[in-house]
Structure formats: structure tokens, C-alpha cells
Design a protein around this ligand. Sequence first.
Ligand SMILES: C[S@@+](CC[C@H](N)C(=O)[O-])C[C@H]1O[C@@H](n2cnc3c(N)ncnc32)[C@H](O)[C@@H]1O
Length: 340
Amino acid sequence: MFTLVKCIRVERKKAEEGRRKLCDGGHLDTGYKPASSGDYVYFAVRKKPSGYMVFEKKMRKISFKPHSLHEALEGKLSAKEIDEVVRSFDVLGDLAIVEIPPKLVRKQKLVAEALMRIHPNVKTVAKKMGPMEGEFRVRKLKHVFGRPGFETEYRESGCVFRLDPSKVYFSPRLSHERERISGLVKEKEKILALFAGVGPFPIVIANRKPKTQIVAIELNPRAFDYMVENVRLNKTFNITPVLGDVREVVPEIAAGFADRVLMPLPKGAEKFLDVAMLGAKRGAVVHLYTFAKNDDLEEVKKAISEAGKNAGRKTKILLTRRVRPFAPHVDQFVIDFQVC
Ligand SMILES: C[S@@+](CC[C@H](N)C(=O)[O-])C[C@H]1O[C@@H](n2cnc3c(N)ncnc32)[C@H](O)[C@@H]1O
């Protein structure tokens, strides 16, 4: 964008020297790109430097890309208001999901516009209307700005996921875990993906290890439909998506099936340990996700050991890892254990 501004000119061969002088004297206006014409270079100035003639010239404004949401909001909201805005937000393809504090509801469009300046690919901004809820672990969203609707396509580890986060669970913050587990999987493993959602764990694994056989079970019909679509989009046909409750499906089709069992249900996976034991072959590895307050995993470890005893099997903890912070003093963890 060109704007008519005050500037001075310096002979081309002395341009760098002139620029430095203007800079040192605090005269240079760094918001505009220097322009050259004939034997001269023109610099925009804030105030007249002595010894130079001042001209008016159309100069190109340097566009500045902010690095953070807080930076992008400078000049739009007061410093106190900016402090209220949560720094982190999720970008899923062309959809951004942000928290808007109640005090800033009237200024939410400014937050959305600022967010779109940092992520020019974002077409829709939605705000969180509460926590993840219910059996399907879904969060209500409300449209704030941009194109209507929440369906989007998110890319991760060479895979694409179509989903609507107002109807199904999805978190880009588990991408590291999906990479980690797909790295552990051996070529021809049989995998039981419980609580499969729109398929991110099974699809990332199947894409990297196409000779695996994966049974992926999901209760939410919308998430199941997206999983079927995502299997097709990624051509990961070594996955069998199943709609239903793991408690009913596993005894029917997957007893003693798996070399590896995935349990990504951090709120309540312990209640399904008996199902995991039923699906696990001897020597199988189970990945259980859980929330823990103040790093206290003792209760969950006890539940694992008891579920093993009830199934007449020994369990051995292989690893515990903090996956991500969740709430004050509460983190999400993964426990990898072996069923011997
Ligand atoms: C926390 S989400 C994880 C989804 C997916 N694995 C991911 O990482 O995006 C848990 C999922 O388990 C599903 N679910 C909850 N209870 C279930 C059950 N008894 N049987 C099958 N799926 C269940 C929910 O609908 C939800 O999609």
C-alpha cells in the first residue's frame, strides 16, 4: 500500500551512509520502504533532519506480521484487555478455536481479526462455549467471525482428517503421541484402537505401517462417519472401523486379537481396563491415557494391576509420560504397560 509521506533524498552512492545518519538521529520512519529513482534513494522521515530538503512522495508501507495473538492485539485492545486473552488457541486447517473471556465478548471480532492476521489461512474463527462434555467428549462452539460452519480438513504426519469439532472430539495436541506410537508399531501388528474418534491414531499408524491390521471402535455415529471418510481419504484400508460400544464390540469380534491396544479416553479409560485385557494377546502393549492431579498416577497404576489380576494376567509398566498440561495442577499422561 502506497501513502503520501514526508521524505528526504540521498545520492544513491551515499544511500547507506545517509540511512545510518537518519537512523542514529531518530529521523528515519522505518514503517516505509526506501524508494530509488534516478540517482537518488528516498527515505521516509518522522521529522526534518537538518541539512536535507524535505519532499512529499508516495512510499510503500512495510506490512508487519505479528508473531503472537497478544502482539497482533496491540493497539486494538488495552494492555489490561490483552492480558485477559488466552495466549493459546487451536488451528485445525482453516478453522481457529479460541477462548474468549466473558469480559471481552463485545470485542471478540477484534480478537478473531487479530488471529487471522497471524494465520492468514484461517477462514473461520469459533469460540469455546465450555469444556468437553458427555460420553462423546464434545465441546460446544460458537461462530465468531468468517465463513459459517465448522467442518474443516486438518493435516498431520502426511494424513488428512475431515471433521467438525462441534460434533466430534479432536485434538491436534496429541500429534506427538500419534507419531510416538506409530514409531513403536511393528510391521504386521494387530492393533485394537478403542475410542477411535475420527481415526487420528489408527490412520497415522496405518499410513506409516500399511501391513498392520487395525480394528478401530467408536461410539459417536458422527465421529464414526468421519472415520470412514478419513480412511477413504487416506487410503488406509488396513483399518476396519466399527460403530459401537467397546464393551459390546470387543467380546464379539476382537477377544485375544491385539498385539497393541490404544485407550485414548483420558476421562475414564480405567473403567475399560477389563475390555483392554480381553482384547490383548499375551505380551500385548497397552497405551492408556489419563488425567492426573499433581502428577499422582498411583490410583491408575493400582487399577491396571488389579485389572490384570482379575483377568489372571500380570502387568508391567513400561513407561509413563506427561503428554500435555490440561488444567491448573492437572496434566494428561500416557501409561504404556505390557500384559504378560
Ligand atoms: C477423548 S476422545 C478420543 C478420540 C480419538 N482417539 C482422538 O484422539 O481424537 C474419546 C472418544 O471415545 C468415544 N467413546 C467414549 N466411550 C466409548 C465407548 N464406550 N465405546 C466406544 N467409543 C467410546 C467418544 O465418542 C470419543 O470420540
